[in-house]
Design a protein around this ligand. Structure first.
Ligand code: AMP
Length: 283
């Protein structure tokens, strides 16, 4: 595995690989790699000749007072995990490489960025869309691999790829979970042992929602109410939102119909740690 820190070098290497006829895949991450990231790398490995893992804690997607400074960083550990998972190139640009002096061009995916995460984290998806656009231009992949864990991010990126004619295929990999159901996340490391125990209720509430919907519940209020009840009964978590939306348009739903692709998504704070999770269901 080769480590590249320079964006122009990365671009040259990617272009050379394309000219040789290789199929390139990009797995963009912020590092602090866990088995969720490894699943993305494996999916990329199965589908491409050259797997590029980017590790960049992107400052423009963090709001004021968020965890940009304390976000876990350990490039030596990430590098070992990436190598074991079969990455060919580790792209680790600096802030200066990604946002040179005078930088002022941003990508905004307007409506899809507004609800849910966008409401709680203004500007977040502007940062995400911008950095993903840059990473696609730098690494020139045929395939870009993202996780279902960040469901709204996947929807926003899919729209940007279509709207701006990026010549790249998108693959979304299912969420990888801990044994008790908690979605793997670099932010889980912030949880105290007590919070970590309680956080299992998030995925349990999503499973409950699925069970209710599968057994015919069509009232969104009833499903969300049951989830709220479960979370507040068995944890100290403060619910930021619980939402049921159309999986493609992200339009909030009030009443479900049979045969709809829906997203049940939530964000809950445990102390300073904000966790998100979701499931996608066809009703
Ligand atoms: P992050 O490093 O948290 O920005 O995540 C990088 C990529 O990994 C994103 O596409 C995430 O959706 C994906 N990802 C993060 N956690 C998981 C997980 N538990 N399962 C699957 N994909 C994940």
């Amino acid at each position: 595995m080769k480590t590249i820190r320079d964006a122009s070098l990365m671009q040259q290497d990617a272009e050379a690989a394309r000219l040789r006829g290789s199929r390139l895949a990009l797995v963009p991450t912020m590092g602090a790699l866990h088995d969720g990231h490894v699943a993305l790398l494996r999916a990329a490995r199965e589908r491409a000749d050259l797997v590029i893992l980017s590790v960049f804690v992107n400052p423009t997607q963090f709001g004021k007072g968020e965890d940009y400074e304390r976000y876990p960083r350990d490039i030596d550990r990430d590098s070992a995990i990436a190598r074991d998972a079969g990455a060919d190139v580790l792209f680790v640009p600096s802030n200066e490489q990604m946002y040179e002096k005078g930088f002022q061009s941003f990508v905004t995916v307007e409506k899809l960025s507004a609800p849910f995460e966008g409401e709680s984290r203004p500007g977040h998806f502007r940062g995400v869309a911008t950095v993903v656009a840059k990473l696609l231009n730098i690494t020139k992949p045929h395939l870009a691999v993202f996780g279902q864990k960040d469901a709204q991010q996947a929807v926003v990126v899919r729209r940007m790829i279509r709207d701006l004619n990026f010549d790249v295929e998108l693959l979304i990999v299912p969420t990888v979970r801990e044994a008790d159901g908690l979605a793997m996340s670099s932010r889980n490391a912030y949880l105290s042992p007590r919070e970590r125990g309680e956080a299992a209720v998030l995925s349990a509430s999503l499973r409950k929602a699925e069970e209710l919907i599968r057994s015919g519940e069509r009232r969104v209020d009833a499903v969300v109410g049951a989830m709220r009840g479960m979370i507040s009964l068995s944890s100290s978590g403060a619910i930021d939102y619980i939402a049921i939306a159309d999986a493609d348009s992200l339009a909030r739903l009030e009443h479900l119909q049979t045969g709809q692709d829906i997203l049940v998504a939530l964000a809950v704070r445990f102390g300073k740690t904000r966790l998100i999770d979701n499931i996608q269901i066809t009703t």
